[in-house]
Each structure stands twice: as C-alpha cells, then as structure tokens.
Design a protein around this ligand. Structure first.
Ligand SMILES: [Zn+2]
Ligand SMILES: [Zn+2]
Length: 165
C-alpha cells in the first residue's frame, strides 16, 4: 500500500510504498524512546526506499546517535540516520546504509489509515524505562534486544504481506 506521512507543522510531507505496513514493532531503546516515543517506545514500519518521495526536503534534518560501546567505554556513531523536521521536531523515518533498499518510517508520522496488527513484538526491553507499563496482548512476543524475525518475515508468517503496491 502507499503510505502518506507528514511532520506536525506540515513543512515535510512524504509518500512511500510499503508491502509491510503493520505497526506491530514496538522499540523501547533509549534512542527511540527519547527521539520518537513519548509513551516509552516508538513504532517502526517498513517501506521501499526507492519509492520515498519527499516534499519539503529542505526542512529535513538527520540525527545519528552515539551509542556507548561496553568494551571500549567510548561512544560509537550509529549508522542509522534518523530523519526529523527541523521546524517542529517530529520524528519521520530512519534510513540505514546497511539496508539501503529499506526505509523505516515511524508510525506516528503516517497519516494514512494503518492496519491493526493481530499481535505485537516488543523489542529492546532491556532498555525500557521503569515507569513504562508493558501492555501485552495474548500473542505478543518480547525480546531483551533484537527480535528473532525481520519486519518482512513477520508479515510473511502472519500472511499479511500487502501486494497491492
Ligand atoms: Zn515540521
Ligand atoms: Zn529503538
């Protein structure tokens, strides 16, 4: 399906095609939580990077987090490029050069009606803030760090891949 998204002030608008639009992937890591997840987590969905069409690109800024490295004790820059509106601060999408064909918009930036997932994945729970309640559905899966399946595999397993383009 084609997804339409925007920042809050409207300076940035975008469209992207997605075969994997279900907002089931809740990330509680400190970066998502601080930059995009006021409720304690952010929800990443997936689109095809080649189809990303941006209006207001001049308002888009990029943040690359520094992640503390346990061994060296030094900060290491995350390759993930977190795009946000420089006017209003809305988190928009993440693009990572390790998976250049994909783009991960935040569900919070999408204006199109998204389908409701039958189950959810909660990841990076090791970094969850204590005040955030973990609200689990019957079939939800939990992971301390990364989940055991990609966003594409989740859609394949649940039979929810969208092939309408
Ligand atoms: Zn904005
Ligand atoms: Zn995260």
């Amino acid at each position: 399906m084609k997804l339409k998204g925007s920042c809050h002030c409207g300076s940035v608008k975008f469209t992207v095609s997605s075969s994997h639009p279900y907002p089931y992937n809740y990330c509680y890591c400190s970066i998502c939580r601080k930059t995009a997840g006021g409720g304690g987590f952010a929800i990443n969905i997936e689109g095809e990077a080649a189809t990303l069409d941006i209006s207001g690109n001049e308002y888009v800024s990029v943040y690359q987090a520094r992640i503390a490295d346990a061994e060296s004790g030094r900060g290491k820059q995350s390759p993930g490029k977190r795009h946000f509106c420089s006017e209003c601060g809305s988190a928009l999408w993440v693009w990572d050069p390790r998976w250049p064909e994909l783009v991960h918009p935040f569900a919070s930036a999408i204006d199109s009606e998204l389908p409701v997932p039958p189950e959810r994945t909660h990841l990076m729970l090791e970094y969850k803030a204590n005040w955030v309640p973990l609200q689990l559905g019957r079939h939800d899966k939990c992971f301390d760090r990364y989940p055991d399946e990609s966003i594409a595999s989740w859609h394949e397993r649940t039979g929810l891949t969208d092939s309408s383009g």
